[in-house]
Design a protein around this ligand. Structure first.
Ligand SMILES: Cc1cc2nc3c(=O)[nH]c(=O)nc-3n(C[C@H](O)[C@H](O)[C@H](O)COP(=O)(O)OP(=O)(O)OC[C@H]3O[C@@H](n4cnc5c(N)ncnc54)[C@H](O)[C@@H]3O)c2cc1C
Length: 500
């Protein structure tokens, strides 16, 4: 319960770092305000399972207010923080509100880094939050619907899925995608030979899964290749377009789906903090995770450039954020008690990844006896650990049931193409519908009305639609009915610039 004159702690971000900072202040004599742009916490390591229809979006997210329903000193505010006013000790929200703090924990996380590669922002998908994972799922499934109606789209890359970056996210996504094509979809697409669907995993470095030991890296690459993933090592992407990607070698791979998993950079809020950023746009921090010269401000998780004893940047992984959030909370309590905050020491628990069904890798740290597991045991270990860390009992139960169901039936129940078109449910008057994109055919009804109004220039649809694929998609949508939703979603995505 909020009490007068208690120090006020603002935590920005309800990801792994912020959530754990707020939880760790449970018994502290402070009032905590947790701010996030979403009203839920996302368990990002499982986003790819939403994108590949293995789990529902609701299985990997948990409402923040529900997390703190029994912690009386925490309040939640839905909003986006755009600035920090150190002199006034206030955070500034997008809507202009200014909220005062005595202590501040910044845990905004990271965004994808396109490394300046042409076309990535416009044409690539990223897996960073839930709505983008749902959009990606809809896009993937809509490619199959489109190819089922018009198999000539396969030659144009409708069923070629390129993943850029062979870190854990890229590898897990590749493994889950091939499984979807090979095991789940074939019985439901009798009109398509799904052996033509392929996943290309493009990696600039010489090996997949760089954070893992050599044995695990080789195992992962072998399994990926055995399962049909086209692994391209030492291959850099120079550009991405709506039709495909171009590699540094000059090779062009026609495809309609590019998933960018090539690395992250600190959240743009870091650039507003008035400090010189470190590598990867990460915010420099003192050993206790406070901002240099600002002992009342802490930065944790992916946003922070926290270092180990040898001065190496800590990895941008969940455990660093979880432990960092807890450490910031402890440091605040120590400051309140007039004691010195201690340096943050990261306790590495190890690495885990799966490459699809029954193939996993677990490399536990020496603290956990240095256990190494590969194959089925590694896969079970991964499932078990993710179930433990997934927030919320309902989510754990639901994920467990879905995984068991998927394992025994080879089915994935979450294969819904959900479009987020304009309007709120009532049919929109044609005038209010978004204008067709440049070069796109005007809707026939609009064209008819324009003709009736005597504006022939507008009335005639342009001779050629923007691309032949667009035309084919529209024809497919008109013939098959259901894919129209997917086509609308697609256009929506393109208009929105496939925002990151
Ligand atoms: C696809 C994917 C797979 C991953 N897999 C693994 C894995 O297997 N193992 C592992 O250890 N790590 C994994 N990671 C990394 C791990 O998820 C991150 O290291 C971790 O989430 C970082 O925690 P954080 O608290 O710093 O940021 P996040 O968890 O990203 O949380 C940031 C929060 O801040 C909020 N926010 C951002 N900006 C604002 C703002 N201006 N105002 C208000 N709120 C804001 C966001 O909405 C979000 O809720 C993965 C990441 C991704 C994207």
């Amino acid at each position: 319960m909020e009490a007068p004159n208690r120090p006020r702690v603002i935590v920005v971000g309800a990801g792994f770092g912020g959530l754990n900072a707020a939880k760790a202040l449970r018994h502290a004599p402070v009032d905590v305000l947790l701010i996030d742009a979403h009203n839920y916490h996302t368990f990002q390591p499982l986003l790819y399972q939403v994108a590949t229809a293995a789990l529902d979006a609701g299985d990997i997210a948990h409402q923040v207010r529900n997390v703190f329903r029994r912690q009386r000193n925490v309040r939640f505010r839905l909003g986006r923080v755009t600035d920090v006013d150190y002199d006034a000790k206030q955070v500034v929200l997008e809507d202009g509100d200014r909220l005062p703090y005595d202590y501040l924990v910044l845990a905004n996380g990271a965004v994808y880094n396109d490394f300046g590669t042409a076309g990535v922002r416009e044409h690539a998908f990223v897996l960073k939050d839930l709505d983008k994972a749902v959009k990606l799922r809809g896009h993937i499934l809509s490619r199959f619907e489109a190819a089922a109606v018009d198999p000539t789209l396969v030659d144009k890359g409708a069923l070629t899925f390129v993943i850029v970056g062979a870190g854990p996210t890229g590898v897990e996504m590749a493994g889950a995608l091939v499984e979807l094509f090979q095991r789940v979809l074939p019985p439901e697409y009798p009109e398509l030979d799904l052996r033509v669907a392929r996943v290309v995993l493009v990696e600039m470095g010489p090996e997949v899964l760089p954070p893992f030991g050599q044995g695990s890296r080789r195992y992962a690459e072998r399994v990926l290749r055995q399962r049909g993933v086209d692994v391209r090592l030492r291959s850099a992407v120079v550009s991405v377009t709506a039709d495909g990607i171009t590699l540094k070698s000059g090779e062009f791979i026609p495809c309609q789906t590019v998933i960018w998993a090539a690395g992250v950079r600190g959240h743009p809020l870091g650039e507003e903090l008035g400090v010189e950023l470190e590598r990867g746009f990460r915010v420099p921090v003192e050993p206790d995770l406070s901002l240099p010269g600002r002992p009342e401000v802490f930065v944790v998780g992916d946003l922070a450039a926290a270092k180990d004893a040898e001065g190496r940047l800590l990895p941008q992984v969940a455990q660093v954020a979880i432990q960092g959030g807890k450490h910031a909370a402890r440091s605040i309590v120590k400051r309140l008690q007039g004691r010195q905050a201690e340096p943050f020491v990261y306790r590495d628990l190890g690495n885990m990844a799966i490459i699809g069904r029954s193939a996993g890798i677990a490399e536990l740290s020496r603290r956990l006896l240095g256990i190494r597991m590969r194959g089925f045991l590694g896969w079970l270990g991964w499932l078990f650990l993710h179930l433990i860390y997934l927030p919320g009992f309902r989510n754990r139960l639901s994920a467990f049931v879905s995984w068991a169901y998927n394992f025994f039936t080879y089915d994935r129940h979450a294969r819904l193409i959900l479009a987020m078109g304009p309007g709120r449910g009532f049919p929109l008057p044609e005038e209010d519908r978004p204008a067709p994109a440049e070069g796109e055919a005007a809707p026939p009804a609009a064209a008819r009305r324009a003709r009736a109004r005597g504006t022939p220039g507008e009335a005639e649809p342009p001779a050629a639609p923007s691309t032949r694929e667009d035309a084919l998609d529209r024809e497919a949508a008109a013939r098959a009915g259901v894919p129209a939703v997917a086509v609308a979603a697609e256009r929506e995505l393109v208009r929105a610039g496939r925002d990151r």
